[in-house]
Design a protein around this ligand. Structure first.
Ligand SMILES: C[S@@+](CC[C@H](N)C(=O)[O-])C[C@H]1O[C@@H](n2cnc3c(N)ncnc32)[C@H](O)[C@@H]1O
Length: 190
């Protein structure tokens, strides 16, 4: 399977930007793997804000965090990531060290409920300005489900037009698998 190969790759891009006391955002909580990774990486003095529109996803994430004893470091929102600017406390603006998007549907959930091009782009428009200098945002893109290709194209087009004076952006793609997920990594350079 190609999925496990690319997900740790996205986490590796993120890990470099995290430290004890950092603030991080998981834009797609899902089963909570990335939220847990972020919660461990920011330490007891850091904080993670995590979004999902499905109660099922938030319950799975909540359970995962509490079974690892890091639930207090995370605020879970049942809200679309396209509303993150109005939801996140103002004191985190410009201080977010890491932001992760893992697009598509909830594994072991309803495959009809997916992230969508339009709301994902709105979330990026709102989320990137919240990054701290040298903060990193990653997006895992999938093209194997309905709407996935359209969303991946929209993310790539959006990322390509980012001001290079403000952001470095790269696209990591597996070359030897069909419909393999790929990763976009965006770093705020100042
Ligand atoms: C691929 S899963 C995320 C997997 C997760 N990162 C993990 O580590 O387990 C995608 C998630 O995005 C959620 N989602 C869909 N639209 C959303 C939106 N507008 N805002 C936030 N989450 C959304 C889905 O409910 C689903 O749980």
């Amino acid at each position: 399977m190609s999925l496990p190969a690319i997900l740790p790759f996205a986490q590796e891009q993120i890990r470099k930007s995290l430290f004890d006391g950092a603030i991080a955002v998981d834009a797609t909580a899902g089963n909570g793997h990335d939220t847990l990774f972020l919660a461990k990486a920011v330490g007891a003095s850091g904080h993670v804000y995590s979004f999902d529109i499905q109660q099922e996803a938030l319950e799975r994430t909540h359970l995962r965090l509490h079974s690892e004893g890091v639930g207090a470091r995370v605020t879970l929102y049942r809200k679309g990531h396209q509303f993150m600017r109005e939801v996140l406390p103002e004191q985190v603006y410009g201080r977010v060290a890491a932001m992760m998007f893992n697009l598509g549907y909830l594994p072991r959930g309803d495959r009809q409920v997916t992230t969508r091009a339009e709301s994902t782009i709105t979330a990026l428009e709102q989320g990137l300005p919240l990054l701290a200098p040298y903060g990193v945002c990653t997006l895992v893109l999938y093209t194997g489900h309905p709407g996935g290709e359209k969303e991946a194209d929209a993310v790539l087009a959006f990322t390509k037009q980012l001001d290079p004076k403000q952001y470095d952006a790269a696209w990591y793609q597996m070359l030897n698998r069909n419909h393999a997920p790929s990763v976009v990594a965006i770093k705020k350079v100042r």
